[in-house]
Design a protein around this ligand. Structure first.
Ligand code: THU
Length: 165
């Protein structure tokens, strides 16, 4: 039997087209690119998490001379969340970047890596409402996905480890 998976997403041409709360979160993500430590790739990523209590938590990617030891901006922000506001839910995540080595390459809209999708899904599974994802490019264009669950179909989860709950 054939099945299919599909979902709708929203494109925006500039931050001004967003709802004020989303525009503010995207701006926080753009600012958070300044938190990046990315001397190797020159790819500076900023992530901003809007929490259920209205606070915005930021993170930038942190690279390492031992490349695999680096961490993405999204998971840097999640680590900050777990320290400052343990178990607080997330309403939305915005991500932005600057490409220091190729500043002219601005058109691609950033998309979270697989590990970050998995990490965001873990938090999503702990709360009763979806996590919205706002992805952008340095020109301020972007895509909104209403739920992070759409970003990782057939995800591995705790259900696989403990099927009976
Ligand atoms: N990176 C992020 O921080 N987030 C993403 O969504 C994609 C990639 C970082 C990891 C690495 O420091 C640099 O971007 C290049 O891959």
């Amino acid at each position: 039997m054939d099945s299919s998976f599909s979902f709708s997403y929203h494109k925006f041409a500039k931050p001004g087209d967003l709802a004020p709360e989303d525009a503010a979160l995207l701006e926080a993500a753009q600012e958070a690119t300044q938190l990046a430590y990315a001397p190797y790739s020159g790819f500076e990523v900023g992530a901003a998490l809007l929490l259920d209590n209205g606070v915005i938590v930021r993170g930038g990617n942190q690279e390492n001379a031992s490349y695999p030891a680096g961490i993405c901006a999204e998971r840097a922000a999640l680590a900050t969340l777990s320290s400052l506001y343990p178990r607080m839910g997330i309403k939305a995540v915005a991500i932005a970047y600057r490409n220091r080595k190729q500043p002219g390459r601005n058109e691609l809209i950033l998309s979270p890596c697989g590990i970050c999708r998995q990490s965001l899904l873990e938090v999503s599974g702990l709360q009763d409402h979806p996590i919205k994802l706002i992805m952008s490019n340095p020109a301020g264009e972007g895509i909104i996905v209403d739920s992070i669950t759409n970003m990782l179909p057939f995800a591995f989860s705790g259900d696989h480890l403990h099927p009976e709950g």
